[in-house]
Design a protein around this ligand. Structure first.
Ligand SMILES: [Zn+2]
Length: 210
């Protein structure tokens, strides 16, 4: 059997010809390169019966024992920790932005406080979201540095930076929305919303493959 690798996301397909479209990053068949089957990592190989018989005859040494950290990592990947955990920032941020805008329009300290408290939750969740994202990228996509992933990393970095700046700015100057610089603050929250939107959009494409 031949093996083909997507030159964009490193997805490996086994068969006589490449798939019409990459099921992961959706590029067309022309982007697939025929590769030597021997170079495919063991965990990417499709089980084939011949191989099974061979292992029965000549049992392989058991895989080296995993460390606790490696066990946690594979559990996190298996249970989709990244797509699940992104719901904290992605779900709360649009609500926070609406709260900031309402707090600004109605000059309400109360609404600003709610937004600020929610922002603390988002900032606390970010290290976990980033960690699980890197895990998934390294394991599922072999750490491929293609345009899709560069954009994703850029958007995630901008989201993180703008969230942290947003929270610190509010904590240092709780009356920012009543000051003449309020529009800069609001503009930044809109930027933050765009960055998280782009991150989520690319992530959704990778997860749902459509
Ligand atoms: Zn691909």
């Amino acid at each position: 059997m031949k093996a083909w690798q997507c030159s964009v996301c490193k997805y490996i397909h086994q068969g006589s010809r490449p798939p019409g479209k990459c099921p992961v990053c959706r590029v067309d068949a022309r982007r697939f390169i025929e590769i030597d089957e021997a170079s495919i990592p063991e965990n990417k190989l499709k089980r084939n019966p011949a191989k099974k018989i061979e292992t029965q005859v000549k049992p392989q040494a058991p895989p080296p024992a995993k460390t606790t950290f490696e066990k946690i990592q594979s559990l996190l990947i298996k249970h989709h920790a990244h797509p699940v955990s992104v719901h904290t920032p992605n779900g709360i941020l649009p609500a926070i932005v609406i709260l900031w805008i309402l707090a600004w329009i109605f000059d309400s300290d109360f609404l600003a406080k709610i937004a600020g408290v929610n922002m603390i939750f988002v900032v606390i969740s970010l290290p976990f979201v980033i960690f699980t994202g890197i895990l998934e990228w390294k394991n599922k996509y072999n750490g491929a540095m293609t345009l899709v992933f560069k954009l994703k990393i850029l958007a995630a970095s901008l989201t993180t930076a703008s969230c942290i700046i947003n929270l610190i700015w509010y904590l240092l100057d709780p009356n920012i929305l009543s000051s003449p610089k309020a529009w800069v603050f609001i503009l930044m929250t809109l930027f933050m919303l765009t960055a998280v939107g782009v991150s989520g959009h690319i992530g959704g494409k990778l997860v749902f493959k459509d």
